[in-house]
Design a protein around this ligand. Sequence first.
Ligand SMILES: [Zn+2]
Length: 150
Amino acid sequence: MSDIQNLIIPLEKEILEVLKFYNNNSYSPYSKFKVSACLVIKQGQKLIYIGGTNVENSSYGLSICAERVAVFKAISEGFVSDDNTKWLYIALYVPVENFITPCGACRQVLSEFNHNIPIVMYNKNFNKKILLLNEIFKDQFSPKDLKEST
Ligand SMILES: [Zn+2]
């Protein structure tokens, strides 16, 4: 975990600004549960921050989580993880007491691009907890599984 800490600490101030900005933009009139995410990507020597927020809908099932918004934005912008583009970690901020982990759908979507991405969760006091995706999402269904069927 200390490698992850070394990665996070120098960027923390900036990441928290991104998380606060997107948390403010949360569209959550039904749940009032504001979530923001920031995907931190390294492409060559450049760091890229992709923010996202949860977007709810009056047809509840059409709502989408902040994590998936960030992931889909990153892919749309061309930041597919490859030899030159590393998805370093995803930071989450939910202004509640507990540390909120990604839901099952977001775990699956994240695993497509980095099966063991560190997840940095901030609570309302900006305390943080770090978990690796593998710890909370074992035996992942992956692109490899599809290749084995052909
Ligand atoms: Zn989710």
